[in-house]
Design a protein around this ligand. Sequence first.
Ligand SMILES: [Zn+2]
Length: 242
Amino acid sequence: MTERGLVRYGNTTIPYTVTRSRRRKKTIEITLDASEGVLVAAPFAAPAEAIRDVVLKRAGWIIARANEGALAPNPKQFISGETLPYLGREVRLDVTHADVPGVRIRFSHWLFAVTVPARLNGDERRTAIRAAFVRWYRRRAGDSVRSAIERWSKVVGAAPTAVAVRDQRRRWGSCAPDGTLRFNWRIAMAEPELLDYVVVHELAHLVHRNHSREFWSLVELAMPDYPLRRKRLREAGPRLSV
Ligand SMILES: [Zn+2]
């Protein structure tokens, strides 16, 4: 059985899940997972009260990180009627269960038609559907990012040596010293204007490997309304997860 707990901090209730380990000797460690929430790793015999105290002590940090989008507001159950973001819109799920070998996702007419193997239940079902969506978004992100790079390379005056789409939780994009640009697959969930901003930002890092005044003036030259897009991305960020 999964061990769960709750702490109250001001007006906020923080639910958490505990995993106990015989290998862990003393420390109680807290990690935040976008889909699983607050996870606590504890020594096998740690009293529940001690675990609660540690969560409470870190509550301010947990709430701050949640506000930055480290936690999904509500973990999805993947049932018909729920929505997932795509291209900045909330797209409704239509879920059916059938005798199929794996989860299938079809996107058409602004609807996600999801077919789920009937044998899957509970956590196993959720994990399989989520993984299928991550693969789906990843492919879409790859396509969108590549076409955006094609459009914006000339404007910025720089082109990457390679492009990759990754599962990077805390950043939308990054620029490696060898000229590889990496992007977070979740960017496929955002409006295309916001994806374009992330692409322009990373392309500009190929010219200026820092956030200097020169860097920002290059971004502005390529995309004069970048401050608005940047602000909107920050606001939309927390919703963009599965
Ligand atoms: Zn940057």
